[in-house]
Design a protein around this ligand. Structure first.
Ligand SMILES: [Mg+2]
Length: 373
């Protein structure tokens, strides 16, 4: 076997343009910053991971700039000289050097998985116990355009069989206006496609108690994180109030967070992002708790580029606990292709990439084009 010792850890920040502005409650982005982490072995194998947050530090306090500093100054020294097959040991040693910073740690965890799998000539899902499915359902995030345009876009995507379920971001507008807009869209798509919403924790309790039931009556099929992440009692109250599933996202970043959500009955579904959980190994711990508690998991995204998305697809295809679909649409939102062969989306699903490691190969010319100067 080739020498698995890590000889270098390199980072590159990219800014990749999007096909349209992607709106969140507090910000809007026209390009997504990505931190590429390349782990190279003595045997000449390079594994890639991606440090990626939704647009900037508003979600969880990390950004590509903080991740670059953490990886280069604090995580790389832990990796150098170790073997890429020592993932458990390395990730556990990293905890002694850096607290939290889970998005940065995820980039390293994925790069190690990619490098180890490539060294063995196997796909990353083999390291996770093997794929038990070859594709997963993908929900599409609709934009912030006027309702008529959104309805037209959604119906077009249903027609072309690319997606059968849609997510709308809320929280940026006045709640009454926001709710009326979403209900209009949900009614227009009723019977044709599912509509779910994500408030990104922006409503307070009283606003949520007033508008969440109206959304559900209007045909919304799933309510994601309407209220602040730490307020689990409020999420539990809403979960008891409405008949459709409530999904926890900001509320769950660690296995212990998942345990608390389970204990309080705060959510029926957990949005599982391999990024926010700190990588593939930690994500399995979160899913294990959800499974034991009868909570479903949705394969969620932090608008990952092709590397992060491929990692999340390998995870979702190897982990039966990801049993509530996914939103692993990241690459479809990018207007520029970073891979030699794009990830395949068709019939409402994304396919598990084939080949060693993550099964995707970067187009280094494209990477160079979008590298931040
Ligand atoms: Mg969310």
């Amino acid at each position: 076997m080739t020498d698995l010792s890590i000889v270098s850890v390199e980072t590159t920040i990219l800014d990749v343009p999007l096909v349209r502005p992607h709106k969140f409650a507090t910000t809007s982005m026209t390009a997504q910053p990505l931190l590429l982490v390349a782990v190279r072995t003595e045997g000449g194998v390079t594994g890639y991971g991606e440090g990626v947050v939704p647009g900037g530090p508003w979600w969880g306090g990390e950004s590509v700039e903080t991740m670059q500093a953490i990886v280069e100054k604090y995580l790389a020294p832990v990796l150098l000289g170790r073997g890429v097959d020592e993932i458990t040991g390395i990730m556990s040693d990293i905890e002694r050097v850096v607290a939290n910073a889970r998005f940065a740690k995820a980039a390293v965890d994925v790069a190690l998985h990619d490098a180890w799998a490539r060294s063995l000539g196997v796909p990353v899902h083999t390291l996770l116990g093997g794929a038990f499915r070859r594709g997963v359902d993908v929900t599409w995030a609709l934009g912030a355009a006027p309702a008529e345009e959104i309805i037209e876009e959604a119906l077009g995507l249903v027609e072309s069989k690319r997606h059968f379920s849609f997510k709308l971001k809320m929280g940026a507008l006045d709640p009454a206006v926001d709710t009326a807009r979403v209900v209009r869209i949900a009614q227009a798509l009723q019977g044709k496609a599912g509509v779910r919403i994500d408030v990104n924790a922006r409503w307070d309790r009283l606003t949520a108690l007033k508008y969440v039931p109206r959304l559900v009556e209007g045909g919304v099929e799933l309510i994601e994180q309407p209220t602040p992440g730490e307020q689990l009692e409020v999420l539990a109250e809403l979960n008891r109030l409405v008949p459709v599933p409530v999904m926890a996202d900001e509320s769950v970043q660690t296995p212990h967070d998942a345990l608390e959500v389970a204990r309080r009955g705060a959510a029926d579904v957990i949005a599982l992002k391999t990024t926010k959980c700190g990588g593939l190994a930690k994500s399995r711990e979160v899913v294990a708790i959800a499974k034991a508690a009868g909570i479903a998991c949705h394969g969620a995204t932090s608008i990952e580029g092709p590397i992060g998305t491929a990692a999340s697809i390998h995870f979702a295809c190897a982990e039966p606990g990801i049993n509530f679909g996914t939103e692993l649409f990241g690459p479809l939102l990018f207007s520029e292709e970073l891979l030699q062969e794009p990830i395949r989306y068709a019939d409402g699903q994304v396919s598990l990439p084939e080949g060693p490691g993550l099964g995707v190969e970067l187009n280094m010319d494209a990477v160079k084009t979008w590298t931040r100067n």
